[in-house]
Design a binder for this molecule. Structure first.
Ligand code: GDP
Ligand code: GDP
Length: 433
């Protein structure tokens, strides 16, 4: 999947454009139960080409007093990780020093950069936009994120430069991606997994776009570790940037089956970790949470239990996720961690027979039918699992539009209770029959 990043200083209209671009799909995904939105990461498609879209500005806290260096860092990350960059400026305000600064970074880039002059709501602004030639980035696209004018022409050009990605899968082994904040212990974990210091930090030219699957056979399990050049490369960036790990994880997560989300026990399930968690959930990937550095925590009887409960509260509504406490340093429960990831992989590829689904669920539905809405009664007739890589279930009924999210969650919970989808986001659709 290609990544398109929107960069630019605050208030130029990045999130307005972002929302416009993902709107159509959001409407679709929202009808699925249990989907939580990340307001800064989404899928979009145009002319049949699908891509991930990231609003880099969305990850800045307190957007009114962003430091110039912070914008620079974001732009650099976007340059590293994205396939195309939309650099947005504001026709209302003209060129600012911060714009010049960003332009300077972008002029050196070989990746496609689109200069997007926003807030061109009328003809007068169209003329004001000329001044942006002075940024030295060539042609620009004038748009109005607000009313949508010009955005079609922009997208036509953007999707032209995106590579055609064909998702190839070489074998049926689980593909794991180890993700998390910097310093959580990911490299140490991977080293422990592969048994030697083979996790070399190198910058391999030409591999930026490709994810690299490496096959391992450890502890009696065979699996592929998904790595991306983006993750390998260790650059001096401000790692406390809110969106650092998200940006770094997007590609790996999109390529994996199971996301091994590692966190540092001394830092907890903080904002950055949550962002990655939602990213994995939105991509409908299996998830295992590893709480690493458990050796550093003073433990009393209920410490692990309380720690776990706290994480689960943050995960709501998707809480059916394994949490394993490990210490890579002491080689504690590393085997358990992999075993759990393999189990999640199996849950994700599980196919439940239609007969089994119906025998189990229809009586439950009979006992607790969807509440009537506006005097209408919904009758669910049969259930089937869709032939998708991740678990999706279609409930055929007379009035799909009358089934509320709360009831879909009930159905999801029943599926979880009876068929074990621990660690796996599942989708419940109501279909007309
Ligand atoms: P961001 O900080 O770059 O994400 O900017 P926002 O998307 O939050 O937009 C900042 C402000 O500009 C908001 O008040 C938007 O309503 C407004 N805005 C965004 N796009 C346009 C546009 O095309 N025309 C006009 N007039 N205002 C816009
Ligand atoms: P990464 O940035 O996520 O790849 O993290 P690293 O693997 O480079 O680890 C960051 C630091 O945490 C290193 O100094 C590790 O030695 C340390 N570390 C990793 N795992 C553990 C652990 O289980 N316990 C303790 N105490 N330290 C750890």
């Amino acid at each position: 999947m290609s990544i398109v990043a929107i960069v630019g200083r605050p208030n130029v209209g990045k999130s307005t454009l972002f929302n416009r671009m993902i709107q159509r799909r959001e409407a679709i995904t929202d009808s699925v139960s249990g989907v939580t939105r990340d307001r800064h990461y989404g899928r979009s498609d145009w002319n049949g080409k699908e891509f991930s879209l990231i609003d880099t500005g969305g990850y800045v806290i307190g957007s009114d007093d962003v430091f110039e260096t912070e914008i620079d860092q974001q732009v650099e990350l976007a340059i590293d990780e994205a396939d195309a960059i939309l650099f947005m400026v504001n026709a209302e305000e003209g060129i600012t020093p911060m714009d010049e600064d960003v332009a300077q970074l972008l002029r050196k880039v070989t990746k496609p950069v689109f200069l997007v002059v926003n807030k061109v709501d009328n003809n007068k602004r169209e003329q004001d936009a000329y001044e942006f030639y002075n940024l030295g980035l060539g042609e620009y696209f004038s748009i109005s994120s607000m009313n949508g004018s010009g955005t079609g022409d922009l997208l036509d050009e953007v999707v032209k430069v995106l590579p055609d990605t064909v998702e190839e899968k070489k074998d049926d082994l689980p593909r794991f991606a180890v993700v998390g904040r910097p310093n959580a212990g990911k490299s140490s974990f991977i080293n422990a997994l592969i048994g030697e210091d083979r996790y070399i930090v190198t910058d391999i030219a030409g591999t930026t776009r490709d994810s690299i699957d490496t096959k391992y056979n450890r502890f009696g399990f065979e699996f592929n570790l998904v790595d991306t050049a983006g993750i390998r490369r260790k650059k001096k960036v401000r790692e406390d940037l809110e969106f650092y790990s998200v940006m770094r994880s997007v590609r790996a997560i999109e390529h994996c089956d199971v996301c091994i989300l590692m966190l540092d026990a001394t830092r907890g399930f903080d904002g950055q970790v949550q962002n990655i968690f939602w990213l994995a959930e939105r991509n409908r990937k299996g998830i295992v949470v590893l709480v690493n550095k458990w050796d550093l925590v003073d433990k009393e009887t209920n410490t692990a239990k309380e720690f776990e409960a706290k994480i689960r509260r943050e995960m709501e509504p998707f809480t059916d996720v394994p949490i394993v406490f490990i210490s890579v340093l002491n080689k504690q429960r590393i085997h358990k961690a992999i075993e759990t990831a393999v189990a999640v992989y199996k849950n994700r590829s599980k196919k439940i027979k239609t007969s089994q689904l119906n025998e189990t669920l229809l009586p439950l539905i009979e006992n607790y039918p969807p509440p009537s809405l506006k005097g209408k009664f919904v009758k669910i007739k049969f259930i089937t699992q869709l032939p998708t890589p991740q678990p999706q279930f279609a409930f055929f009924c007379n009035l799909p539009q009358y089934v509320r999210d709360a009831y879909k969650r009930y159905l999801e919970n029943q599926l979880r209770e009876h068929f074990d989808f621990h660690g796996v986001p599942i989708s419940v659709y109501m279909r007309k029959k």
